[in-house]
Design a protein around this ligand. Structure first.
Ligand SMILES: [Cu+2]
Length: 226
């Protein structure tokens, strides 16, 4: 087949004309500090979720599929951030059964009891931060943070975080952690991005409270243990 270069260049020119110019995008980054009770140090900076909501317009984002494993009677990872409408698959990597559930309004589900090597999933339809538990092992707690934006991340163990490719403009920065009240702050992101956005969370008022099982009852020592 012969190439008609004039036609090819014509198509190329048309493609260039209809493609809108990309808004300048930079990284937004910073560090989380945590106020703790006297004598306590922060060991769970990586459980911090940071996200940016556009000001005055709904966020644009795609649904995804992600996984949380059950391993050693714990969730791995303990905290996951996903976009609204995304699916989380709970993969049982332990040699015994788990029963993953949540009773959180807006995200209640019960995957039933299932054994080693099995994965079951659930869809999160509403933005929010939802605790997820196991009905067999009282110590198992996870959080799924559902956000209506594509601009989100989790901090590292070193408390640093970075959200890449943020279009310049006005945003509302949200910082969530299970042990502290959420912090919200307006930020104006220039075309070059915004470094050194340092946020302090306050975990001094946090109290560990035992959660109920899926029937709303206390876990008992005589309950099923594996
Ligand atoms: Cu379990």
């Amino acid at each position: 087949m012969r190439l008609h270069m004039g036609r090819v260049y014509g198509l190329l020119a048309a493609a260039l004309i209809v493609t809108p110019p990309l808004a300048a995008q930079g990284a937004v980054s910073g560090r989380v500090a945590m106020q703790e009770k006297p004598g306590e140090t922060t060991k769970d900076f990586d459980a911090t979720v940071v996200y940016l909501m556009p000001k005055g317009a709904p966020g644009r984002f795609a649904e995804t599929k992600t996984q949380m494993a059950m391993n050693g009677r714990q969730f791995a990872p303990r905290v996951r951030v996903i976009t609204t409408g995304s699916t989380v698959e709970y993969v049982n990597q332990d040699p015994f059964s788990h029963n993953i559930f949540s009773t959180a309004p807006g995200a209640a589900f019960d995957l039933g009891t299932y054994g080693s090597g099995v994965a079951k999933s659930t869809l999160f339809k509403k933005a929010g931060a939802y605790p997820v538990y196991c009905n067999i092992h009282a110590q198992m707690t996870a959080f799924v943070v559902v956000v209506s934006t594509s601009h989100y991340t989790q901090a590292g163990a070193d408390a640093r975080w970075k959200i890449a490719n943020v279009p310049a403009g006005k945003w509302e920065l949200h910082v969530w952690h299970e042990r502290a009240p959420e912090v919200t702050q307006d930020v104006e992101v220039p075309a070059a991005g915004l470094p050194n956005v340092d946020i302090t969370l306050d975990a001094r008022g946090f109290k560990q409270v035992a959660h109920k099982d899926k029937m709303g009852k206390d876990y008992t020592a005589t309950g099923i243990r594996y």
